[in-house]
Design a protein around this ligand. Structure first.
Ligand code: SAM
Length: 294
């Protein structure tokens, strides 16, 4: 594309989309196609809202902004960093979070349950103690605190770096910040507390699969993805301890991606219900305390 002719925002998006496809980029960090990835980057630089008008899209972009768009599009192609790491922002369950390479980019389909305030699976008003295991950016813990207005949410991570960013994200939301507690811990906080809800999107990718993932995934912390030879090393430990950490009517909600069948096979004593999501995604399961059989 010539650098001298006038160009609109719409044309910048279409041009970026073509270049992303030609470069063979891989999407899966909040977008699943080249057009949406281009929109994320171009709109970020132009400071457009997602519901930008056609008139704005068809306005000619200034030379300065055009240069900035070119820089971020080129960086996406050459560095293979996902768009969210280039912009430093991602949305989850309707809330914006700061993101960087310390944390996995928020994208869990668990967002659909949070947006629905866990209906019909749980009564959000009756959730008083919630634990999120492996909080990363803090997105699930913070969005859950909004969905469950009476709950104190404990959130753990083994990564101190991730928790530092989760703390920044918690500060963005003073309406819930006092109800979200962060713990550097291996799965469970160092207390005997029991929870009405334990929610987790743990690492679940087998090590050999992690090694072969497209370059975009190499920018994410390996400990957010890698769960040992069979992908079950973290969830196996969660399932062993969960029944003792759930209140009588409590429930465990997991995002285990492609590993649902493997879980059913290895843990026949845990009667998970795998939830059909309207927005797509797989491996979101719920098991109430009564669904754990000895
Ligand atoms: C798949 S990421 C999920 C991040 C975030 N909850 C989300 O859904 O976007 C898994 C997270 O679990 C953390 N993690 C891995 N092993 C852990 C462990 N043994 N105890 C606590 N957190 C752990 C990782 O550091 C990472 O932040």
């Amino acid at each position: 594309m010539s650098t001298t002719q006038a160009i609109t925002a719409r044309e910048l998006v279409l041009d970026a989309e073509d270049r992303f496809v030609a470069a063979g980029l891989v999407f899966g960090h909040g977008t699943d196609n080249a057009r949406d990835e281009a929109v994320h980057l171009v709109f970020h630089v132009l400071e457009f809202p997602f519901d930008v008008s056609d008139a704005m899209l068809d306005r000619v972009v200034s030379e300065v902004r055009r240069t900035a768009v070119e820089a971020i599009i080129a960086a996406r192609i050459t560095s293979r960093r996902p768009a969210a790491y280039l912009t430093g922002r991602m949305w989850f369950a309707g809330y914006e979070f700061q993101v960087d390479e310390r944390i996995l980019i928020p994208r869990s389909p668990i967002a659909e349950l949070i947006i629905a305030a866990f209906s019909p699976w749980l009564e959000a008003d009756e959730l008083f103690r919630i634990l999120e295991i492996g909080t990363g950016s803090g997105c699930i813990a913070i969005a859950t605190a909004f969905a469950a207005p009476n709950a104190v949410v404990d959130a753990t991570d083994l990564s101190g770096d991730a928790l530092a960013l989760a703390a920044l994200n918690r500060e963005r939301y003073p309406a819930v910040s006092k109800r979200v507690q962060l713990f550097e811990a291996d799965l469970f906080p160092p207390t005997d507390d029991r929870y009405d809800l334990i929610i987790t999107n743990p690492p679940y990718v087998p090590s050999a699969v992690v090694a072969g993932l497209p370059p975009e995934y190499a920018h994410e912390p390996v400990m957010a993805l890698d769960a040992g030879p069979d992908g079950l090393s973290v969830v196996r430990r969660i399932l062993a301890q969960a029944p003792d950490r759930l209140c009588g009517g409590g429930a465990l909600i997991v995002d285990i991606g492609t590993m649902a069948a493997a879980i059913d096979e290895e843990f026949p004593a845990v009667n998970f219900t795998w939830i059909d999501l309207n927005d797509g995604g797989e491996g979101i399961g719920i098991a109430y305390k009564r669904d754990f059989h000895a």
